[in-house]
Write a protein of this length. Structure first.
Length: 200
C-alpha cells in the first residue's frame, strides 16, 4: 500500500473538529495532519531509514497558522505560518536520493492542514483534472468565514514524523479514480521518528 509521512500537531480546537466532521471526507481516516511526503508506492528502499536521516536535520519546532489556501481540486487548507520553513526543509530532504523521482514539479508545496473538500453535489472528485466550476462556492465562503478564529490558535510544538500506510481504495479515490469516498477506511501509523539529533 502507498506510504506517506506526516506531522500530527496537537491542536485543541472544537471548531477545527466541527469543520472537518462537516466537510472533510477523510476525517475518520486520519487525524489533523501536515503532510511532508505525499503518498508514494511501497519500494525496496527502506523509507523508515530515509525518514530518520531527514528527521535528524530538523529540531522540534512550533507550528501556527497565518492564512488559508485553496487547492485547484477544491480543498480548503489552513496554511502554516510558523513552522512552514521547517516543513519545506523536511519536504526537500524526504524527496532526495532514491525518492527524488516521486517529487511533483508541477505544483508548489504549501505546508498546510486540510479543513475540507468543497465540491458541488453530485460531482465526482478528480484530483488530477479538477474543473474550476465544480466548487461549491456558497458552502466554501461560509466555512472560510467560520474558520477565521483558527488563525488565532496558539502555536504547538511538533517533535516527530509519522510514517503512515494508506489503504489502496482510499488512495484510488484521492487520485481521482471516481466513485464515492470509501467509507470505513483508515490510515495505519507504521512508524514514528523523533526530530533532531539525539543527545547524550
Amino acid at each position: 500500500m502507498p506510504l506517506a509521512v506526516v506531522l500530527y500537531p496537537s491542536i485543541a480546537s472544537d471548531l477545527l473538529g466541527r469543520i472537518r466532521r462537516a466537510h472533510d471526507p477523510s476525517v475518520h481516516a486520519i487525524a489533523p495532519h501536515v503532510t511532508v511526503l505525499f503518498p508514494i508506492p511501497e519500494t525496496g528502499q527502506s523509507l523508515t531509514q530515509h525518514v530518520a536521516r531527514a528527521a535528524k536535520q530538523i529540531q522540534p519546532f512550533e507550528i501556527s497558522f497565518d492564512g488559508f489556501h485553496t487547492a485547484p481540486d477544491h480543498w480548503l487548507f489552513l496554511r502554516l505560518g510558523r513552522g512552514a520553513d521547517q516543513c519545506r526543509q523536511l519536504h526537500t530532504a524526504l524527496y532526495a536520493g532514491d525518492f527524488a523521482q516521486y517529487r511533483r514539479t508541477d505544483i508548489e508545496y504549501v505546508p498546510h492542514l486540510a479543513l475540507g473538500l468543497f465540491l458541488r453535489a453530485r460531482v465526482w472528485y478528480d484530483a488530477r483534472s479538477p474543473n474550476a466550476d465544480d466548487r461549491d462556492v456558497v458552502r466554501y465562503d461560509r466555512v472560510l468565514g467560520q474558520a477565521r478564529p483558527l488563525l488565532d490558535l496558539p502555536a504547538t510544538t511538533v517533535t516527530s514524523l509519522h510514517l503512515i500506510e494508506i489503504p489502496s481504495s482510499l488512495m484510488a479515490w484521492f487520485d481521482g479514480g471516481g466513485g464515492s469516498y470509501p467509507e470505513g477506511e483508515v490510515v495505519e501509523n507504521v512508524g514514528e521518528v523523533t526530530l533532531g539529533t539525539p543527545t547524550g
